[in-house]
Design a protein around this ligand. Structure first.
Ligand SMILES: *[C@@H]1O[C@H](CO)[C@@H](O)[C@H](O)[C@H]1NC(C)=O
Ligand SMILES: *[C@@H]1O[C@H](CO)[C@@H](O)[C@H](O)[C@H]1NC(C)=O
Ligand SMILES: *[C@@H]1O[C@H](CO)[C@@H](O)[C@H](O)[C@H]1NC(C)=O
Ligand SMILES: *[C@@H]1O[C@H](CO)[C@@H](O)[C@H](O)[C@H]1NC(C)=O
Ligand SMILES: *[C@@H]1O[C@H](CO)[C@@H](O)[C@H](O)[C@H]1NC(C)=O
Ligand SMILES: *[C@@H]1O[C@H](CO)[C@@H](O)[C@H](O)[C@H]1NC(C)=O
Length: 890
């Protein structure tokens, strides 16, 4: 591969910029932030082009300079920056190709829970289910299995994992796609998933950057009901600097450090600037501060400007055209970006930067290779037929083979999916130990109640999983995956009953309370399946516009439970939902003896739940969010424009999301973050804290900055090359080409002589603007010192019960409030162990510099405050088992 001679391994190597002064600061007087600017199109955000030399990416080293290759490399690479159009290739996103270099159209495909829009793939448990397992190793395997299936289908860039929404709002429609309402949890799970996927040779694209905490008003053009068509600009998530660093950006640092190749900017705005043209966000926070070396791709149609988004740090636009103008071929980039480079509005080096960022991950990540011309997808997102027109979505082209129906599944996928599903189930209540179900407990007749235990009359695969009439396997939207088969709870429970000589009946009618009451009256034990659903904003179900309109159970769920519980002394409730539901109506009912929570579990939902109910699996899942007693304790979704055309969402909770808020205000939740019961008991003992490296209040100036390596030259190709190849070129409808339409183009020299600055740049934009290197930067995921281990915490866990089980030991830290107050407890570690009864083992936690740090907005840096740090080893965010202290003096 001759490319390798040229484009040398990058990302993690070669020290370059070293400051030759020793720097120490309290408040860094040398830190002169770029001016804060206001301008039309960019509103009031800070326009800061990534200019500080050390962070200039990408880090390609051109070794044996091959001028020929170089000059070939860049112009054609423009093709990589722009999708060829919705439906114009097999995947949900397809870049242009670079025929001269043998690079095919790159395929970008959803999604985070398996391969979307195809057959013979596994429907994996959701991100939220993975979060419930609190099992890092297992989450890595899930990422690996998902990555492997993407690769088998020929996907090059997979659109996952999801680490935003972070779960600020309990009713947020897409919370089930990410790992739970805590930044630390999101970061660890996101990084493990990225590693798993990329180890299988597919590039991970982490989404969504950032603050996409609700679906309502995320995108203009999508909201045309209820008078919402007045929307002029996507909802703006206004996030304070400290919350940005300690909460929303926190998990991005993890995934960048884990080597994620792609990041997707969201539909929403941040501080009134669209995410995908927010320079402060992309250039400064992601590319400079966190030193991200890969590419930023827009969410589908989330780009709103051409030149500005290019300058603000966007590297790829998908699916290519302007939102909702599918099939028109109208794009902000493509030919317009070509033109903007020729007329020097966008510099050639910015274009080279985009291309190199897109290609970099294929070279940088072990196990990934730059695709060759025969490495192309073997499925089509647009038809399930084997043969079809070349462009089925456009009804265009000759009949060719579109689907090879490759079976991407494997025993590895099955085992992984089932294990995640089982381990994610959370046992919330088990009074008098009626679970697991045991015949010797007098259970000979079981009633299964609720449509949620059975088959959906509309099937298991209605488009994007929008039908909600049966068992919940997924939320709806782009993260949905076709179910190859589904094991329903009814089917799995009936089988267990058969094996044990128990009789079981099933009533799937949630409204016929009389019948269900009669059946419950006869049963020794009843299992009621109830659920709630949510999904992505482009699909509405029962007036739930992506986000849930309430926190109640769907389909008469509360009434169903009450009716069964009033007739049957042993009623077990199984809640499957994309997030917390209100349980107050029935949770304290004395006949509700057991309650189980399951996040969307994918195809094995029924089997996993049955295994837990009957004790074949000892539950070990923990809640990755708080279940409140009152709806008011959560942050509400903004679902009313109230006359606004540019709705504003001020993130007033600041750093106090989820349990941090309940703890701070002493609000008793129904079930706290981290809670989950087991069929056995564990004891934690022998807490030990060892200093590994003495802490320092301030970060050292990073010495091993990422290298700057001379990149490609900035010559612009002959504009002739940018014309359509020949006169009788027959363009496909809706296909986006990079070619200039105007054949009356100037020569390069003419462009040179063209007056610069004609373009109305964002006010204050200066191409030569330089910023001071950020103290917080210097390596992937920020200053390398942030990732140093300062303390090791160890303890012993023993299983004191009678059955084998898994235990999640959670480490929370209470920071001192010397400079700024912090939440009473923040999650900073978790370890899961499995133990036979009577056995014990040691567990270890590493406490990193960043784990003890706060972000100080005033001095713009991470600081370790002096004072006492309380270390809690806990079974939930409210059940502390052991407590220790670290004292950091002046
Ligand atoms: C910087 O610090 C190092 C180590 O403490 C010392 O050897 C060196 O002389 C210092 N350099 C300057 C310019 O002060
Ligand atoms: C860009 O992509 C289009 C479509 O994939 C292809 O026809 C064209 O040759 C590519 N252009 C260059 C310059 O590589
Ligand atoms: C499907 O595509 C992948 C990636 O191109 C390839 O490895 C695999 O062999 C293909 N399978 C078939 C049957 O074409
Ligand atoms: C958003 O605005 C807040 C308040 O002015 C500021 O602290 C924060 O840094 C801004 N964030 C971004 C991404 O612009
Ligand atoms: C250069 O091209 C871009 C993209 O078409 C356009 O927006 C801009 O106005 C042009 N600038 C000049 C100086 O012609
Ligand atoms: C909550 O929303 C669900 C789903 O749309 C609906 O069935 C139910 O009636 C609502 N409950 C309340 C109390 O409004």
């Amino acid at each position: 591969m001759y490319l390798f001679h040229l484009i040398h391994a990058l990302l993690f190597v070669v020290p370059v910029i070293i400051s030759d002064q020793n720097v120490s600061f309290t408040i860094r007087s040398d830190f002169a932030p770029s001016p804060r600017l206001t301008s039309e199109g960019l509103d009031d955000h800070v326009f800061r082009e990534k200019r500080s030399k050390h962070a200039e990416a990408p880090l390609f080293k051109v070794e044996d300079q091959d001028d020929q290759f170089i000059s070939e490399a860049y112009y054609p690479c423009l093709n990589l920056t722009t999708g060829v159009g919705w439906g114009s290739g097999p995947c949900v996103g397809n870049t242009g190709s670079v025929p001269r270099l043998g690079i095919p159209n790159l395929c970008l495909q959803d999604g985070p829970n398996g391969v979307r829009f195809t057959d013979f793939v596994t429907h994996f448990p959701s991100g939220l289910a993975a979060g419930c397992t609190f099992n890092k190793g297992l989450i890595y395997l899930r990422g690996k299995a998902i990555g492997r299936e993407h690769r088998k289908k020929g996907v090059h860039i997979a659109l996952g994992p999801v680490i935003g929404p972070i779960g600020l709002k309990a009713q947020g429609g897409r919370n089930w796609e990410s790992f739970g309402a805590d930044p630390y949890l999101q970061g660890v799970c996101g990084a493990a998933t990225v590693e798993g996927m990329q180890d299988e040779g597919v590039i991970a694209t982490v989404r969504h950057l950032i603050g996409n905490e609700q679906e309502h008003f995320r995108q203009v053009g999508e909201w045309d009901e209820n008078g919402w068509d007045k929307l002029e600009k996507s909802l703006s998530s206004n996030i304070g600097d400290r919350a940005m660093h300690e909460v929303y950006l926190w998990p991005f640092a993890n995934v960048i450090r884990a080597g994620a190749g792609g990041i997707m900017c969201g539909y929403n705005s941040v501080n009134t600037t669209n995410c995908c043209e927010n320079s402060y966000l992309m250039n400064y926070l992601i590319k400079e501060e966190l030193a991200f070396q890969g590419f930023i791709v827009s969410d589908w149609g989330a780009q709103h400007s051409g030149v500005n988004s290019a300058l603000a740090g966007l590297d790829m636009t998908m699916p290519g055209e302007v939102f909702d103008d599918w099939l028109t071929g109208k794009s902000f980039w493509g030919p317009l970006l070509t033109r903007a480079v020729y007329n020097k509005t966008v510099s050639q080096s910015r274009l080279n930067d985009m291309c190199m960022r897109i290609l970099a991950p294929f070279f940088a990540i072990d196990g990934c290779n730059l695709p060759t011309e025969d490495d192309t997808p073997n499925f089509s997102s647009w038809t399930h037929h084997t043969y079809g027109q070349e462009l089925p979505y456009q009804h265009y082209g000759p009949i060719v083979q579109k689907n090879w129906h490759i079976d991407a599944r494997s025993e590895f996928s099955d085992n992984t999916a089932l294990t995640v599903a089982r381990e994610s189930i959370v046992l919330l209540k088990n009074s008098d130990k009626h679970l697991p179900i045991d015949k010797s407990d007098g259970v000979r007749r079981i009633l299964i109640a609720g449509q949620g235990a059975g088959i959906d009359p509309d099937g298991f695969n209605c488009k994007d999983q929008r039908c909600c009439g049966g068992v919940l396997t997924s939320g709806w939207g782009s993260a949905a995956v076709n179910n190859p088969t589904v094991v329903t709870p009814y089917e799995a429970i009936a089988k267990k009953c058969r094996d044990r000589g128990i009789v079981a009946d099933y009533c799937s009618n949630n409204w016929d309370l009389e019948t269900v009451g009669d059946l419950a009256d006869y049963a020794d034990l009843s299992i009621v399946f109830v659920n709630a659903f949510s999904g992505e904003g482009y699909i509405y179900v029962d007036n739930n516009f992506g986000d849930r309109k309430n926190l109640s159970l769907w389909h008469n769920g509360d009434e169903l439970i009450e009716q069964v519980a009033c007739k049957c002394h042993k009623t077990v409730v199984v809640v499957t939902s994309p997030g917390p539901v209100n349980m107050e109506k029935w949770i304290e009912h004395e006949n509700v003896v057991g309650v189980i929570y399951a996040a969307p579990l994918g195809q094995f939902v029924g089997q996993a739940i049955a295994d837990v109910l009957f004790g074949d699996t000892n539950p070990s899942g923990k809640l990755p969010f708080t279940i409140a007693r009152k709806k008011q304790h959560y942050v509400a979704v903004i679902d009313d424009l109230g006359g606004e055309v540019c709705p504003q969402d001020n993130f007033d909770r600041d750093i106090y999301i989820d349990y941090r808020f309940f703890d701070k205000h002493n609000i008793k939740p129904r079930f706290e973050f981290g809670f989950g019961l087991s069929y056995t008991f564990f004891k934690v003992s022998h807490l030990k804290i060892t200093e590994i490296c003495p802490p320092s209040e301030y970060l050292p100036y990073p010495s091993d900055y990422l290298p700057i390596v001379k990149m490609l030259e900035d010559d612009v190709c002959d504009p002739e090359d940018a014309l359509f190849p020949h006169d009788d070129f027959d363009p496909c409808p809706g296909y986006i080409y990079p070619f200039l339409y105007n054949d009356n183009i100037m020569s390069v020299d003419d462009y040179d002589n063209d007056e610069q600055g004609k373009y109305d740049y964002p006010c204050g934009y200066d191409p030569d603007q330089a910023s001071c290197p950020s103290l917080n930067s210097g390596g992937l995921g920020g200053n390398p010192a942030l990732w140093e281990v300062l303390y090791e915490v160890s303890a012993e866990v023993s299983n004191e019960g009678k059955v084998k089980g898994g235990y999640v030991c959670q480490l929370y830290i209470e920071l001192p409030s010397t400079i700024l107050p912090s939440p009473p407890k923040i999650l900073r570690g978790f370890e899961k162990v499995f133990l036979e009864p009577g056995k014990s083992c040691k567990i270890y936690f590493n406490i990193l510099h960043r784990d003890l740090s706060i972000w100080d907005p005033e001095s713009q840096q991470w600081i370790i405050q002096t004072g006492t740090y309380k270390i809690y080893l806990a079974s939930s965010s409210r059940k502390v088992e052991l407590c220790g202290e670290i004292d950091i003096g002046c």
